[in-house]
Design a protein. Structure first.
Length: 565
């Protein structure tokens, strides 16, 4: 061989059996990595979305109108999937986790197909010829086994994120199939259908039609004009799916029950500054997925100087993406994919969540693709380097799978996940309050009270912590101590139905029947179908009218909150 000749590059058979083998590796890898997630209990927002969600209790038209205040609100397809789980297994957690894992697997397979077919496009084929299958496998297996994905897979209600991502990827995959030489129009129809289903799963799907158009321009048509000219009907269909999303957003109040939007009391500027830190954190965790945190807590920056280190990472990436869209379209596509996924949650202010790891579920794909394909491109000229890279990749697959399995252990109980969160975010009031609930669940009431008190030291105006502390004190028979905490909860959050109910019961236990009637009435005015408050009201009203006292007949709400109303 002459010195100038490039070493022979290893090839990988393009047969159907090889493709099926790659798919099998992805499936087996996910099953092994998530084998210990099937018994993970419902935590945090799972309570409202599943345990307290009346619309999933039967398969009826109401399943398409989930409670707007829950994580399933405005996401009818997610709510339907929960209703199917409930119909098959009630509140047994195994079925919910099985479906979450299946969604993750299908998303991974769709990503595998996208990368493989993209590497066969003329724009990239010269650089990656004969390596499409192993490279697509690496991207997909790194993505599916990455520990950063655990929150979207193991935390039950975050199937909203993974389900949206699955349809996002399927919409793009079907579009790519539709552009093939011998393809039938059915692929375009399936792409539009997947896009529609994604819009019914989560609002982040909003960028899917734009990503498909950008993909067409970058890898297929060569220009926006050519893409729109050749497939105008397809883009009209994709754009029409936005109508469903607009309807769902408007139908749920447009601000997710006051938690998201420009009118929820949070400065856009302060929130935008926090997102510089959030995006920098996401990128770091993509490369070094250690120290994952379930709940980061509420915080905002109001000083530009506080975010300079993070801005020095984010701003050049944004500017580079804009420049690359015109000069290096392939890199521009990856950058636009990353930022378009994060844009809805990074640009719209939120009141409760500043950094949320499940937001990186789909945004992680372009990051991994750039790393894998870039690494191969650098190593491919050297025969030894190629095999060394392959060995490193195998080790990384094993390490990522192990880290994911270990992270799932943190979700093994409410006590475990909130203890882990408090250890990593000791100034997080939400974490301390939820740790208090977990301690209460296992009978450690004194420890629970201490955690509630820490939460209130950090955030005095925290109605849920006031309510939960009052409930624990009442559970211990310390009614006089519980009363001021219930009063604080309803003062801080007048629409807090459970707090009104428990305040009513505390008042009645202390012989203040007429005041208890007022509180039960308020609870029912807020939540007309609140059966416990209705029963309490009837009993206490009868007692007051008869001038007799039977405090034991009034009951406290038998559950506490998980940080949200």
């Amino acid at each position: 061989m002459s010195p100038e000749a490039a070493p022979a590059k290893p090839s990988f058979r393009k047969s159907r059996s090889a493709i099926l083998l790659c798919a099998g590796i992805i499936i087996i890898g996910v099953i092994i990595s998530y084998h210990n997630s099937f018994s993970v209990p419902f935590i945090y927002d799972d309570r409202q979305a599943i345990l307290e969600n009346p619309t999933i209790k039967q398969l009826s038209p109401s399943v398409l109108t989930p409670p707007p205040e829950s994580s399933a609100g405005g996401r009818p397809l997610v709510n339907l999937s929960l209703a199917i789980n409930y119909a098959l297994g009630g509140t047994s957690v195994e079925g919910y986790h099985l479906l979450n894992i299946l969604i993750h697997i299908f998303a991974g397979l769709a990503l595998f197909g996208i990368v493989r077919r993209t590497l066969q496009q003329p724009v990239l084929n010269e650089h990656f010829k004969n390596a499409e299958l192993p490279l697509a496998l690496l991207v997909a297996i790194f993505w599916t086994l990455h520990p950063l994905q655990t929150e979207a897979v193991t935390y039950t209600i975050q199937r909203a994120e993974s389900m949206m991502a699955m349809f996002y990827l399927l919409a793009l995959y079907c579009f790519i199939r539709g552009t093939g030489r011998s393809a039938t129009p059915i692929w375009y129809a399936l792409s539009i259908l997947a896009c529609l289903l994604g819009m019914a799963s989560k609002e982040v799907m909003v960028s899917a039609p734009l990503i498909i158009l950008l993909y067409d321009r970058t890898f297929v048509a060569g220009s926006f004009k050519e893409a729109l000219s050749k497939r105008s009907r397809v883009y009209a269909g994709l754009a029409a799916t936005w109508l469903l999303l607009i309807y769902l957003v408007v139908a749920t109040g447009g601000n997710r029950s006051g938690a998201v939007g420009f009118n929820v009391g949070i400065s856009w500027w302060a929130y935008a500054l926090t997102q510089c830190k959030a995006i920098a954190r996401y990128l770091w965790l993509s490369i070094w997925p250690r120290g994952l945190i379930f709940e980061y807590g509420r915080f905002w920056f109001d000083d530009v100087l506080q975010v300079v280190p993070y801005a020095l990472v984010v701003i050049p990436l944004v500017a580079g993406t804009i420049a690359a869209l015109w000069r290096w379209p392939v890199l521009g596509f990856a950058g636009f994919w990353f930022f378009s996924i994060l844009a809805p949650t990074s640009l719209l202010p939120g009141t409760t969540q500043m950094i949320v790891e499940h937001r990186m579920y789909l945004a992680l794909a372009p990051v991994i693709a750039v790393i894998v394909l870039g690494g191969y491109h650098l190593a491919k000229r050297h025969h030894l380097a190629f095999y060394l890279t392959s060995a490193v990749s195998l080790v990384l697959v094993i390490v990522l799978g192990l880290l994911t399995s270990l992270r799932n252990e943190d979700y093994g109980s409410r006590l475990a996940i909130w203890s882990d969160t408090v250890a990593k975010r000791p100034k997080n009031a939400v974490a301390h309050n939820n740790l208090a609930l977990a301690l209460s669940d296992v009978g450690r009431l004194e420890d629970s009270i201490k955690e509630n008190e820490i939460a209130l030291q950090i955030r005095p105006n925290y109605p849920e912590a006031q309510y939960d502390l009052g409930s624990t004190l009442a559970q211990m028979g310390r009614i006089a101590e519980a009363l001021p905490h219930f009063e604080a909860a309803v003062r801080l959050s007048p629409g807090f139905a459970k707090a009104h109910n428990n305040l009513g019961t505390a008042l009645f236990m202390m012989g203040r029947g007429p005041e208890a009637v007022v509180e039960y009435t308020k609870a029912l005015r807020i939540k007309p179908d609140y059966e416990e408050a209705r029963i309490n009201l009837e009993r206490v009203r009868a007692t007051v009218e008869m001038q007799s006292s039977s405090p034991q007949e009034a009951t406290y709400s038998d559950d506490k909150l998980s940080g949200s109303q």
